[in-house]
Design a protein around this ligand. Structure first.
Ligand SMILES: [Zn+2]
Length: 238
């Protein structure tokens, strides 16, 4: 089984700062996403799945409609596995209602006028994100125990929580430690991959201009996110 742990907004600098040795595996580094005009989640995961830069095609859908993109498995490298299991990946099979709820709450947060109101919305927002995180964690553990030749689990908490709380170091450390523990339980060939990282804007977080990768089998240098389809197919044929 080949496993991809896809972590939205996992930031290289925080993996280092929090000493997440499991996430780092044997080889780790930054991905090069400089070919993209901006680090957009939907553009990056689409490009990952198809093994080519899909920025133009995804942006053509417009800011709203792009979140409805649902690639056919035949258009992705997942189709080259016999029995793949993909969990909650944007642009493929993610939980759109969860995503829309998060966006709505973010808007409410910024529209709220009092500090009390903001604190209340932040609390709700974080709770929803953690609840979703626990659900995916359980589904991921079940998938790892299943009879698949490829498992990809997508985790959004570092991004979702990070946007409103990146300045809250204790909270971010908790999320990174949790992701680090998830890796500790995986014995299969594993690639950890983020689309982009995150940088601090006051208490908030915004996407940074590099992603994170790690493997236990090869130094990939400074790969592009579009290189991973080929890298994964290569190791699946060994
Ligand atoms: Zn984001």
């Amino acid at each position: 089984m080949i496993v991809v742990l896809a972590i939205d907004a996992l930031e290289y600098d925080l993996v280092e700062a929090f000493g997440c040795d499991n996430l780092k595996q044997k080889f780790y580094g930054k991905t090069d996403i400089s070919e993209f005009s901006e680090p957009r989640t939907m553009v990056l995961w689409n490009s990952f799945m198809m093994g080519e830069n899909r920025e133009k095609e995804v942006l053509a859908f417009g800011d709203r409609e792009m979140w409805n993109i649902k690639l056919d498995i035949e258009d992705t490298f997942f189709a080259r596995f016999e029995n793949p299991k993909i969990l909650d990946l944007p642009g493929f099979n993610y939980d759109k209602e969860q995503h829309e709820l998060e966006r709505r709450m973010l808007k409410e947060f910024f529209a709220a006028e009092s500090d009390e109101e903001k604190a209340e919305i932040r609390k709700d927002y974080n709770n929803h994100a953690f609840e979703h995180h626990r659900r995916i964690k359980k589904e991921f553990a079940d998938a790892l125990a299943g009879d698949y030749d490829f498992v990809l689990g997508y985790f959004s908490a570092a991004d979702v929580i990070g946007h409103l709380n990146f300045g809250n170091r204790a909270l971010m450390r908790m999320i990174y430690r949790d992701m680090d523990e998830i890796v500790a339980g995986i014995d299969d060939t594993l690639i950890v991959l983020s689309d982009h990282g995150m940088e601090r804007i006051g208490i908030f977080g915004d996407h940074s201009d590099h992603g994170f990768w790690s493997t236990g089998f090869k130094d990939l240098g400074n790969p592009r996110i579009t290189d991973f389809a080929g890298i994964i197919m290569e190791i699946s044929e060994v």
